[in-house]
Write a protein that binds this ligand. Structure first.
Ligand code: GDP
Ligand code: MN
Length: 378
């Protein structure tokens, strides 16, 4: 799970790391708690906001109102901005980079740091990778003093004690909350010490059961901010226990088994189409599960065509057809649907679909081809 910046900063603050004073705002009317000059930051689950215009400085209230208005009605990298973090402007001497994460190659935690922090860190990583210092950490020993000293030297940090405190705090957050990444970029060096100007935290979804309350709170908060799009599909799928993996394309896929699903994705790509998701209902779906799964996949606004690929081993095709017809009655947002059906009661199922005006085929290859055609027409 990716935390939004204000959520990550709250965790940092709880651990004792300095972050700028801030308020979360969702309209230009509630600017009372903001002190100027202020920085307004789009709360969206992607980085690079600074370069995309999502981080703006305002000197006075008058100026702030129009900046807030503009940001809250715009979209960055496909994410509508639902809320802004309004922060006090911090005087910065230097911008550092620091991150603690799992290195998948070595299967070890790694502490990374750079004196060239800020919005250009990706350029730095590409062009001058030697400016990013990497230190593996033995999890049984923790971050040892010599690691701190050599990192502090590379980052030209003189206050070793504060730096040690900060790295300990970062490691504690990482370990106690089962994070997979804790990153501060930039970590500002100010006359009053270190201040985390930006924060990114990823929590390990597989460890969610150990932090149920934390996950529920964070997810509830993000939902209340109204995250839309594919994220909505993912949330719905999670609530309903449906296997759903978002992909980049525009043809939504539902299958009644994992094998059928993967075969369908492969065939679709061979025919020049691109799957918007992978989704399978498991072998024991009924009409209601079919209807709910269609809601999940259709909640993704990028889906232009829906391809349902059923093999009818354990599922009954008459029931699947009923679920599809019910769903169309409820949320017909004009997405063409192409259904492949074979196996148990497929004749009855296809008949019911055709009566409802839905295209149904026995042959998977043919269904896939038609789905790609419907996309071109749409
Ligand atoms: P990102 O582009 O999504 O990583 O967003 P950041 O939160 O890193 O903000 C972009 C840049 O804005 C930062 O790298 C800082 O250089 C700058 N910035 C943000 N807040 C402040 C602030 O309070 N003071 C100063 N001087 N710069 C800030
Ligand atoms: Mn940043």
């Amino acid at each position: 799970m990716r935390l939004l910046e204000f959520q990550a900063k709250r965790i940092l603050r709880e651990q004792g790391i300095a972050v700028p004073k801030s308020v979360l705002i969702s309209s230009s009317e509630n600017l009372e708690g903001v002190s100027f000059p202020a920085v307004f930051k789009a709360q969206i689950p992607v980085g690079g906001r600074g370069k995309a215009g999502g981080v703006r400085v305002a000197e006075k209230t008058a100026e702030a109102a129009s900046i807030v208005e503009e940001l809250l009605t715009s979209t960055i990298k496909g994410h509508p901005i639902q809320a802004l973090l309004a922060e006090e402007f911090v005087e910065v001497r230097r911008e550092l980079y620091i991150a603690y994460l799992i290195d998948k190659k070595a299967n070890l935690p790694i502490l990374m740091g750079s004196s060239a922090g800020g919005v250009d860190i990706e350029e730095v990583a590409k062009k001058t990778p030697e400016k990013i210092i990497k230190k593996y950490v033995d999890p049984t020993l923790g971050v040892q003093d010599f690691v701190i000293r050599s990192l502090a030297k590379a980052l030209e940090v003189s206050d070793l004690q504060s730096f040690r405190g900060l790295t300990d705090q970062i490691c504690t957050i990482f370990q106690e909350r089962d994070a997979t990444l804790v990153e501060i970029n930039p970590l500002a060096v100010t006359p009053n010490g270190f201040v985390a100007l930006d924060a990114k935290i990823l929590l390990d979804d597989k460890a969610a059961y150990r932090h149920r309350d934390l996950f529920d709170d964070l997810q509830g908060e993000q939902r209340r901010l109204g995250r839309r799009g594919t994220i909505r599909s993912e949330e719905l799928a999670e609530e309903r226990g449906i296997t759903y993996v978002p992909l980049e394309g525009d043809i939504g896929i539902i299958a009644d088994g994992a094998g059928t699903g993967m075969l369908t994705v492969d065939l679709l790509h061979e025919e020049g189409g691109r799957a918007a998701n992978f989704c399978e209902m498991g072998g024991l779906a009924n009409a209601e599960i079919m209807r709910q799964t269609m809601e999940v996949v259709l909640a993704n606004p990028h889906v232009k065509v829906l391809l349902i690929s059923l093999i009818g081993g354990l599922t009954r095709m008459d029931e699947m057809a009923d679920g599809i017809v019910q769903c169309i009655g409820q949320i017909n947002r004009g997405v063409p649907m192409v259904i492949r059906m074979c196996g148990t009661k497929a004749d009855v199922g296809k008949q019911r679909l055709r009566e409802a005006g839905v295209e149904a085929f026995e042959d998977l290859q043919e269904a896939v081809r038609v789905a790609v055609e419907r996309l071109k027409e749409s």
